[in-house]
Design a protein around this ligand. Structure first.
Ligand SMILES: *Cc1c(COP(=O)(O)O)cnc(C)c1O
Length: 343
């Protein structure tokens, strides 16, 4: 186990903060009369949701083979990114590190909290350069490193993740939003070795439940306790928790979604490779492709005209658009427009 004192990294005011504790959620009752929270006694969704998200944590604990007190549930992993920054980063003083290019929300929430964002440039294949990483982390006050694998918007996975976990002395967050598509092993298994690690997963992508807004953080008990201290008590609503509880036992949903996406992904890749003005379709471990065009502006505008929405990455990634894998009908529409542009 790595030597590590978490309290040295946490903001002082957060260490001293008393969490809001919902009495009813932290005690066992058989048939309580609930007159404690000013709810309406009438209606279907009249009660506040379980602030401790006990049932869903129990399920996740069995699925991921980890203790329930090593799990935090957020209103999407977006909320968890925000909360992690709030726990550790002193406004105006601390910095976060992120890969460049990577998921914009790390920088966004850091900026909201008035933290500096240090960007680690990836090489031409969007891989991290280990020497550059080691050089950068020597430059002080980097509290959190957000490592996204598979990375958005590039699509590739990071190799040798343990190297970064081992060498980073702050909090390292491995964002696994797309891990199910990659077939790679989760870094959850590294948690017993590294107390400075947080692994983020989400129900928004492979599970197909972006509308429910549920994300999950796996980490040490100490880190999870801190995240729970700063979160809004009822951060995940009952409708979403119920839906999740219903679906999570049915791994068939996940497997079916995955299988369909991977079939469509391979169909789409094959079609894209036939188009002559596409310079490159970057290798993807996720449910999207980063694509380099000879005529990026024209392509993007043409797609937009046809109401096919894609994610243009210029100027940050020159000539590139990120396009996610749709269903067959959507993919055919996309490819049809792209092919029309060839003539
Ligand atoms: C989509 C995505 C998320 C998921 O965010 P949610 O708030 O859980 O919907 C997290 N990280 C990355 C890199 C993503 O692309």
């Amino acid at each position: 186990m790595k030597e590590f004192n978490i309290n040295q990294l946490v903001r002082k005011n957060i260490l001293e903060l008393q969490p809001y504790i919902s009495f009813r959620d932290h005690n066992e009752f058989e048939k309580p009369v609930l007159l404690d929270a000013n709810e309406s006694p009438f209606g279907e969704f009249n009660r506040y949701p379980d602030s401790t998200q006990k049932k869903i944590k129990q399920k996740l604990s069995e699925l991921k083979n980890i203790s329930p007190d090593q799990i935090a549930v957020g209103n999407g992993s977006d909320e968890l990114i925000d909360l992690i920054i709030k726990v550790f980063c002193e406004p105006k003083k601390d910095s976060i590190l992120m890969m460049n290019p990577s998921f914009a929300m790390y920088g966004f929430y850091a900026s909201v909290n008035e933290n500096r964002v240090i960007k680690l440039d990836l090489n031409e294949n969007f891989e991290m350069i280990k020497d550059e990483f080691l050089k950068t982390i020597k430059q002080g006050q980097l509290k959190i490193f957000f490592l996204c694998s598979p990375n958005n918007p590039t699509g590739n996975s990071v190799d040798d993740i343990e190297f970064y976990v081992k060498n980073f002395n702050g909090i390292i967050v491995i964002d696994e939003a797309y891990i199910e598509f990659s077939g790679r092993k989760s870094s959850i298994k590294l948690l017993e070795k590294y107390p400075n690690l947080i692994v983020l997963q989400t129900f928004s992508k492979a599970w197909g439940m972006a509308g429910a807004r549920v994300g999950v953080a796996y980490a040490s008990k100490e880190i999870i306790k801190l995240i729970n201290t700063v979160k809004a008590p009822y951060n995940v609503n009952s409708l979403s928790l119920d839906l999740l509880l219903k679906n999570i036992d049915n791994q068939e949903i996940l497997n079916q979604n995955l299988e369909n996406t991977l079939i469509e992904k391979s169909w789409l890749k094959n079609e894209l490779q036939k188009i002559k003005y596409i310079n490159k379709v970057y290798p993807s471990d996720a449910n999207f492709f980063l694509i380099e065009f000879k005529n990026v502006e024209k392509v993007y505008q043409k797609l937009l005209e046809k109401e096919i929405l894609t994610s243009k990455r210029t100027p940050q990634i020159p000539d590139c658009i990120r396009i996610n894998v749709g269903n067959r009908e959507e993919n055919i529409q996309l490819v049809t427009v792209l092919k029309e542009m060839e003539s």
